[in-house]
Design a protein around this ligand. Structure first.
Ligand code: HEC
Ligand code: HEC
Ligand code: HEC
Ligand code: HEC
Ligand code: HEC
Ligand code: HEC
Ligand code: HEC
Length: 698
């Protein structure tokens, strides 16, 4: 199914089924709050429709305010793999040029799904289902009955200016928002059905809602440690209606999805092809193997019809896990490549660039992912692959069997065994008796891989993977890295040519992400970064004018430099070729609006709403603009839709009252205004002063 996608794509230029979303970035290591930022004046600026006039970065601030900037900037939709562009002049598909022994690399070898593997690998299948990766994403019905919904579990709870209630209805679950008045009577209630649970529950559960193919993360999460329901980490009131979930998230958390090109969070139906991460993500497509398994190469012991990473060399072995275990600052699929193109057995850097923060040798604790941390450990740096002696370079699988969940009882013995594989002879130089004084079960990992204090920040290691000599501090490793770009380095820099056009293009996109992130945190970017990004992106566009990601990134960079006219033209150039690109529509709408191109702005907002009817920000912008133009008949349904999406939004209620007044529904307007009064927003006196006359019965 995945294999045939490229074929499908060529028939639908702009609305094709495909993966996308190279702008994969991560918030690793940042306190959640800085991501969706508290930007108090964002909305008032939007209301005045002068977003850009306040200078560069306002777009970012606005988006930060709406909780949308993550989707917009960090997980911006990107062009499809397998579009005509990619076929015509994209770089070679590494799956086609592969000349090694594995027979399931070629895109023609199909995925068959986990059910097929069960027949012959029952034990592995059962044990993998116990592992958190085998439970990374499930339909809600599978866990609904096992969760708590009582008051002791903090249900309902107040957050984001509303009350949330989690309610189970048999196998279904809804997340309800309730606005209450002084007496506790409900003013509004709005149910959001929950369709999927993301996360195995190790740290917690997040919840996904599938709104007709558009996927959103709920503002409500379950926190396993405290055993409570609460607001999802990093959500601000702007995320009350849920955050768009782009393909990038699902490429690491689910088995397979097919993003719709150009959209931020919309997918082909059925949404999932396998819910949790499946066997074939680590072993490659199985159609070849299931037909004719068990032919072992006598020399290597490998069955080349499927990939067992045991038979791969260290970098390729590592790539299988790096697929998902380094989130980095930016992940940029190469031009023409999609999120699910990677095949185990191939190098990951043939498919995407991963940018990480430069590791400061004096502050290695900044490396947040398991992979980066492990790669700084002495065990990694000093171990070597010497197959003849049965020695292997340290890798994730030196300590983890991905099919086996290690429970709390076994962990000490289990990991000790792993350490001793290499430390039998040259072991701990602290005598065992001394060790047992402080750690009575002599747990190697308690001293050398201590846990960090608990945190809700996803995508950072909870256990120190640097394998430190002394617990309590991160021993500096002293390996200085060359500075290529301030702040950002390619994780695979040692294996790539910095002058390669594709590498430069990816860097341009990654720098743009960094700029956006800096800007949304109010940090000045390193001098010259915008210009450098624009230079790289312009070179990329000269190389391939159809490169939509580069085009869109360039537009964003220009917008950040406050070169509004050029930025708008850049978005328009993208939209001329890819009229459904949601992020470009939004960018163009905001720029047109701030440049007083009212008709153009209205048209872009209308298209944005059409592209994603579930995004309250588009509805809000369109409704407000229409109201500014006194186009009340058209504003009314847009405002109504906005209010339906976000009933806790006072601005939406105020505009709704105005719409009702202007379209002659005074009684209804009065009733609606009464609701605002019952909700007691802080600016109520002002609103009352403004509306009393208009609402008065004559
Ligand atoms: C018809 C039976 C059958 C089915 C179905 C099957 N396998 Fe196998 N598989 C085998 C046999 C037989 C071997 C060789 C085992 C041995 O000799 O130890 C094998 C070996 C493997 C190996 C090890 C290869 C190596 O080189 O060490 C992996 C990995 C594997 N299978 C994964 C899968 C996955 C993933 C699926 C589902 C997509 C699957 N198998 C479906 C029969 C099957
Ligand atoms: C397709 C993406 C993907 C790939 C490939 C992948 N992982 Fe994971 N891994 C995840 C996700 C997502 C989680 C978190 C699951 C959860 O708890 O919800 C995870 C969790 C884990 C955990 C934590 C288990 C626990 O007890 O909490 C370990 C260990 C792990 N992976 C090891 C590996 C190793 C080793 C590899 C390579 C052989 C690998 N992973 C490949 C996505 C992946
Ligand atoms: C997260 C990655 C990952 C997933 C998912 C995964 N495996 Fe594996 N599998 C591995 C790795 C890594 C090895 C090699 C371990 C080693 O180094 O010996 C392996 C080895 C195997 C082997 C051969 C070695 C043996 O012990 O027989 C089989 C068979 C196998 N896996 C089957 C499966 C099946 C079936 C599934 C799905 C139910 C699955 N695997 C899911 C990573 C994974
Ligand atoms: C030297 C051994 C070792 C190596 C190598 C190793 N891990 Fe771990 N890992 C551990 C230990 C120990 C834990 C904590 C287990 C526990 O507390 O039950 C852990 C925990 C984890 C967890 C759960 C979250 C956390 O931080 O506690 C993930 C995910 C994980 N490892 C991924 C990886 C990945 C990916 C790699 C390869 C880049 C890797 N590990 C390499 C030993 C190792
Ligand atoms: C793949 C082999 C391998 C595994 C598995 C492994 N190590 Fe190591 N480790 C090494 C090598 C090689 C060195 C470097 C020895 C040297 O410098 O002579 C090392 C060094 C160390 C050091 C010294 C670090 C320093 O900064 O001085 C500690 C502590 C250590 N290992 C602990 C562990 C623990 C604990 C485990 C299990 C959780 C483990 N190792 C697993 C290979 C391994
Ligand atoms: C009570 C804490 C503690 C426990 C438990 C512990 N270690 Fe250590 N280990 C240390 C300390 C402290 C050092 C550094 C001693 C020094 O600097 O001289 C050390 C040093 C080491 C070294 C570096 C040796 C060298 O010559 O440089 C290795 C390897 C190591 N430990 C492995 C292990 C393994 C494997 C286990 C489990 C069997 C283990 N340790 C259990 C505290 C511990
Ligand atoms: C590059 C792969 C990757 C991407 C992209 C990714 N994640 Fe993760 N995520 C992981 C892995 C691996 C873990 C578990 C181990 C860890 O924390 O590193 C995880 C953990 C989580 C957790 C905590 C779950 C738990 O039980 O610990 C949540 C929540 C989460 N991710 C949500 C998201 C969302 C939402 C997105 C998109 C905005 C996203 N992730 C994007 C790989 C990824």
């Amino acid at each position: 199914m995945v294999e045939s996608r490229a074929e499908v794509d060529t028939h639908h230029l702009n609305k094709s089924s495909s993966e996308k979303d190279p702008s994969m970035d991560h918030d690793a290591g940042k306190p959640p709050d800085c991501r969706s930022g508290n930007v108090p004046d964002a909305r008032s600026k939007r209301r005045r429709g002068r977003a850009w006039s306040a200078g560069a970065g306002v777009l970012v601030l606005l988006l930060a305010g709406t909780g949308l900037w993550i989707a917009y900037h960090w997980r911006r939709p990107d062009p499809t793999p397998g579009t005509e562009t990619a076929r015509r002049n994209g770089p070679e598909d590494p799956r086609l040029t592969y000349a090694g022994q594995f027979m399931n690399i070629h895109p023609d070898v199909a995925y068959v799904g986990d059910e097929k593997c069960v027949d012959c690998h029952l034990e592995k299948s059962l044990s993998f289902r116990q592992h958190p990766m085998g439970r990374s994403l499930l339909p809600i019905a599978r866990i609904a009955a096992r969760q708590r919904y009582d008051a002791e579990a903090h249900n309902p709870f107040e957050a984001l200016g509303t009350q949330f209630l989690v309610e189970r209805q048999g196998e279904r679950v809804v997340h309800r928002q309730i606005g209450r008045d002084e007496n506790g009577q409900s003013v509004y209630e709005s149910d959001s059905p929950v369709d999927y649970v993301l996360g195995s529950g190790t740290r917690g559960y997040s919840y996904l809602t599938d709104r007709d193919g558009y996927v959103f993360q709920s503002p409500v999460s379950w926190f396993s440690q405290q055993q409570i329901w609460d607001k999802s980490p990093g959500f601000s009131s702007e995320g009350r209606t849920g955050r768009p979930v782009p393909g990038l998230c699902l490429s690491c958390h689910a088995n397979q999805v097919r993003s719709i090109e150009g959209s931020i969070n919309r997918y082909e139906k059925p949404l999932f092809n396998g819910y949790a991460i499946g066997c074939e993500r680590c072993h490659g497509p199985g159609s070849r193997h299931v037909k004719d398994p068990g032919h072992k190469d006598p020399a290597t012991g490998a069955d080349y019809s499927i990939v067992n990473s045991h038979h791969l060399k260290p970098e390729l072995r590592a790539a299988v896990c790096e697929q998902c275990h380094i989130t980095g600052e930016a992940r940029v699929p190469h031009r023409g490549r999609g999120l699910f193109d990677f095949r185990p057995g191939l190098p990951l850097e043939a498919f995407c660039s991963i940018y990480v923060r430069e590791t400061d040798p004096d502050e290695p604790q900044k490396a947040v992912s398991h992979v980066e941390q492990m790669n700084l450990s002495r065990c990694f740096l000093r171990s070597e692959e010497r197959p003849a002696e049965g020695k292997r370079k340290l890798g994730c699988t030196s300590c983890h069997d991905p099919h086996q969940h290690v429970g709390t009882e076994e962990r000490v013995a289990y990991y000790r065994q792993r350490c001793l594989e290499c430390h039998q002879e040259k072991g701990c130089n602290l005598p065992e008796t001394t060790r047992r004084l402080t750690v009575k079960d002599d747990s190697c990992i308690d001293c050398h891989m201590p846990r960090y204090p608990p945190s809700d920040i996803a995508h950072t290691a909870a256990t120190n993977h640097r394998v430190v000599r002394h617990s309590g501090k991160d021993a500096p490793t002293g390996i200085a890295r060359p500075k290529r770009e301030p702040g950002l380095v390619s994780f695979y820099r040692e294996r790539e040519d910095p002058k390669d056009k594709e590498v430069e293009r990816d860097l341009g996109i990654a720098l743009l992400h960094m700029l956006v992130q800096n800007s949304s945190h109010g940090k000045a970017p390193p001098a010259g970064t915008e210009r450098r990004a624009i230079e790289l992106l312009e070179a990329a566009l000269r190389n391939d004018p159809e490169d939509m990601q580069a085009g869109e990134a360039r537009a964003e960079a220009l917008a950040l430099l406050n070169r509004q006219g050029e930025a708008l033209a850049a978005y328009e150039a993208v939209l001329a070729k890819a009229p459904h690109r949601e992020a470009s529509l939004m960018g163009a709408a905001m720029l047109a609006q701030s440049q007083q191109q009212q008709e153009a702005a209205l048209a872009y907002w209308r298209r944005a709403v059409e592209e994603n009817p579930w995004q309250p920000f588009y509805r809000a912008s369109l409704a407000q603009m229409l109201a500014d133009h006194k186009a009340w008949e058209e504003a009314r349904p847009q405002c109504e839709a906005w209010l339906r999406l976000d009933p806790g939004r006072i601005e939406a209620r105020v505009l709704w009252v105005r719409c009702l007044l202007k379209t002659g529904d005074k009684a209804e307007a009065r009733a609606e205004f009464a609701k605002i009064e019952r909700l007691r927003p802080p600016n109520l006196p002002l609103l009352q002063a403004r509306f009393t006359v208009e609402l008065r019965e004559r």
